[in-house]
Structures are given as structure tokens and as C-alpha cells.
Design a protein around this ligand. Sequence first.
Ligand code: CUA
Length: 159
Amino acid sequence: MNVPFYEKLWMWASGVLIVAFVVTIVAGLAGSALQPPSHVETIDPTKVWNDPRFKQRGVTTTDHGATVVLIAMMFAFQPAEIRVSAGKPVTFRLTSADVIHGFSIVGTNGNTMVVPGYVSQFTTVFRTPGEYLIVCNEYCGLSHHLMSAKLIVEGGAQR
Ligand code: CUA
């Protein structure tokens, strides 16, 4: 069969693309890319209330920022009100006492899934003081729409 040169060129080019796609998928799988969207730390979901990491919930402040420890459950966050300073890094550590919940701080980039069996962690900085609504954004049952909390960002350190 006599295939014109440009036809051959395009056939080879598309072949190379397919190989490149397969290589990226295989490389992605090999490089531990498949994990929960968080740092991976496990916990016994039936014992979260007595786990030393979650026994003391709420805000712990240091010179460098703050750590906030929360438990999500049907249908509330514990604690339901959090107070942090503006302009300093805040690390959130969350886990679930029952099913999958969401943790979304409306109007900020603070957002994570809360999966039973895992500790979700993320760090962010709130620049603008004010009151923020925290909502559960994963459907978790009949009263999912009532599951909320409040974040109060205090202080003047804007910028
Ligand atoms: Cu918790 Cu929806």
C-alpha cells in the first residue's frame, strides 16, 4: 500500500501522542498520585472523641499562627464557633465521627472533604477580618443543609 508522506507523518504523530498519554497515566499511578485530597493520616473513626489528637478541640494559638481541631458529625461541627487572627497561617485538622462531610469556609479558599478514617488537614491565611459561614458541602443525610459553623477572623493585620 502506498501511503502519502503527510498521511504517514500524521499517523506517526497521533501514535506518539497516544503513547505519551499512556506514559503519563502509568507514571501518575506509579508515583503515589492516588490518595485522599489531603495529607494522609488515619484514625479509628469509631473512637474519634477519645483520640488524643481530637480530645481537645478548638483553637490553639502560637506565635506563628493557629491550629484548629474539629470533629464533623451528623449534623454539626464541634466546636461550632472558631476565632482566629487575620494575616496569620491557620492549620485546620478535621475528622469525621460518622459519614463523609465537607468543610467549606464560604468566600475563602478553605475547603476540604472530611472522610471517616482519615484526618484532613490544610493551612490557609485569612486576610480580611469578619465573620465567615462554614458549611458542609457533601450530602450527609436528612439535615445536611443545617450543618454549619461560624469562623470569626479578628484583627487588623490585613494585606
Ligand atoms: Cu455534613 Cu452534609
